[in-house]
Design a protein around this ligand. Structure first.
Ligand code: AHR
Length: 500
């Protein structure tokens, strides 16, 4: 019997809802087809957005959406995406398959999508091939409430009121696709660009996101922080609200062989989970570097791209990054989200890549068909943590896996919501072993439990023909005790227990 300890008296910070954020880039069938089909489509839609997809996303509670990229952001010119659709300038999407982008999904359509989802907007600006003026004008166009030539243009395009933009990214991956810059060069550019991102609405200021590192590039974090803080008082900094971190789980031998999303062995299962657990070290070490400049932890570490990256499905466009999604993806999501929860003081936002039809998606579509992936259900279960308070927890574990890839058998995070309910999310990383767990809840008398579980074989996945192979089930393999709750967690599963 493994012991689990939960102490709701020890509160460890607020879990920002934005940790459960998403990302939608102009890439493959992510936006076009997956979300936006246009008003004239035979697929039921509201102002061009697929009703089935929006409805499913609302149930899962999307708190924030990042757009338009990714690498696409640094070649996107926002003025091409406003005004009458027939006259919008077309461009080549050089990053993703070389296809023609007709710009029919632009600023107004993105804000309409956020409105339908009821989520915050995270807009990523173009530093790589844009200008300070272009970026500054985009912010004015979207958020200025007064009268100016740009706000008149916005009104002509159908929107009188300004929008709220909660997050604005200054470039994307500027160490790579966003301009191949050095950290020193980027940081100085960042200082300049962010100066002209005006806060027109002091009640709802824009949070400025600076481009952070690629995985374990600690030098990038160090240099960017150093340059951005040069000659600026720490207390009155205000230059950045967040620093991004991108880390994908990629385990293939090289970039061109990342392995199949569905056909994998038990060895590859453990290898993938081990690579995912690396997120813990990345967050800890980047955060320690940030602490030197920002000891009060005012600046968030925004993990605005994360998830599994496998080979594309056979027969699909290699530039479209379309991959299936199995129980392995569910565990990767569960592990990452538990890590983000546990680091909620520093990690203020995270955005899985990407929402629909691209990389580790929560939804896949084909024509008018739609299927929910195992990753969708993990987000559905974990939504209970949004805006809750992380509480102290500890789970007795042992190392399992293969010689090459050792991982803990179980991982967890626990929060308490406003009503005083405890929500535990526990992942069993074992491909074939179940475990008995006895939890001790300090100063908490458990009377009721709602249990829900996602489980299956490691390779299990949903298809358009068989959409319910992996789905949520009620969980009743538990027993209330004087001290807490005892339960048996099956192999390869993501378990949610709400205790009250
Ligand atoms: O998510 C796909 C791509 O991965 C993004 O465009 C880029 O930022 C990252 O390299």
């Amino acid at each position: 019997m493994l012991k689990m300890y939960v102490n709701p008296n020890i509160k460890k910070g607020k879990i920002n809802k934005e940790i459960y954020g998403h990302f939608a880039e102009h890439l493959g069938r992510g936006i076009y087809e997956g979300i936006y089909v246009g008003e004239n489509s035979s697929i039921p839609n509201t102002n061009g957005m697929r009703n089935d997809v929006v409805e499913a996303l609302k149930k899962m509670q999307v708190p924030v959406l990042r757009w338009p990229g990714g690498c696409f952001a640094d070649e996107y010119h926002w003025k091409d995406g406003i005004g009458p659709k027939e006259t919008r300038k077309k461009m080549i999407n050089t990053n993703w398959g070389g296809v023609v982008e007709d710009n029919s999904f632009g600023t107004h359509e993105f804000m309409e999508l956020c409105n339908q989802l009821g989520c915050e907007a995270y807009v990523n600006g173009n530093m790589g091939s844009g200008s300070v003026q272009e970026m500054s004008e985009w912010v004015e166009y979207m958020t200025f409430g007064g009268s100016s030539p740009l706000t008149k243009l916005r009104e002509e395009n159908g929107r009188k009121e300004p929008w709220n933009i909660k997050f604005f990214g200054v470039g994307n991956e500027n160490w790579g696709c966003g301009g191949n810059m050095t950290p020193e060069y980027y940081a100085n550019q960042y200082r300049q660009y962010q100066t002209f991102l005006r806060n027109y609405n002091s009640d709802k200021p824009i949070n400025k996101i600076c481009c952070g590192p690629n995985g374990n590039d600690y030098n990038w974090t160090k240099k960017v922080m150093e340059e951005c803080f040069k000659g600026v008082q720490k207390e009155a900094h205000g230059l950045m609200d967040g620093l991004s971190l991108h880390y994908y789980t990629i385990t293939g031998p090289d970039w061109f062989h990342k392995g199949s999303a569905t056909g994998f062995s038990k060895e590859e299962w453990y290898k993938t989970l081990k690579a995912t657990l690396n997120m813990e070290e990345l967050i800890t070490r980047h955060s320690t570097i940030m602490d030197e400049y920002d000891p009060e932890q005012n600046i968030g570490l925004m993990v605005d791209e994360w998830g599994n990256w496998f080979d594309v499905e056979i027969g699909t466009n290699p530039g479209f990054l379309y991959q299936q999604n199995t129980m392995r993806d569910a565990l990767v999501a569960g592990i990452n989200l538990n890590i983000f929860n546990k680091h909620c003081k520093r990690v203020r936002m995270a955005n899985i890549a990407q929402m629909v039809n691209v990389l580790q998606s929560v939804i896949l579509t084909e024509g008018e068909k739609m299927v929910l992936t195992p990753t969708y259900y993990v987000f559905y279960l974990y939504k209970n943590h949004q805006e809750a308070t992380l509480v102290d927890s500890y789970l007795q574990t042992s190392l399992i896996g293969t010689e090459e890839s050792k991982v803990p058998n179980l991982v967890e995070s626990v929060s308490m919501n406003e009503e005083g309910h405890i929500n535990m999310t526990i992942n069993n990383l074992s491909a074939d072993e179940s475990y008995d767990v006895e939890s001790l809840l300090v100063d908490f008398k458990a009377q009721n439990v709602n249990g829900t579980i996602l489980k299956g074989n490691i390779n299990a996945y949903n298809t358009f023909e068989n959409p319910d192979v992996v789905k949520l089930e009620a969980f009743d393999a538990y027993e209330l005790t004087d001290q807490g709750i005892k339960f048996t967690i099956p192999p390869c599963s993501v378990l949610h227990l709400e205790v009250f």
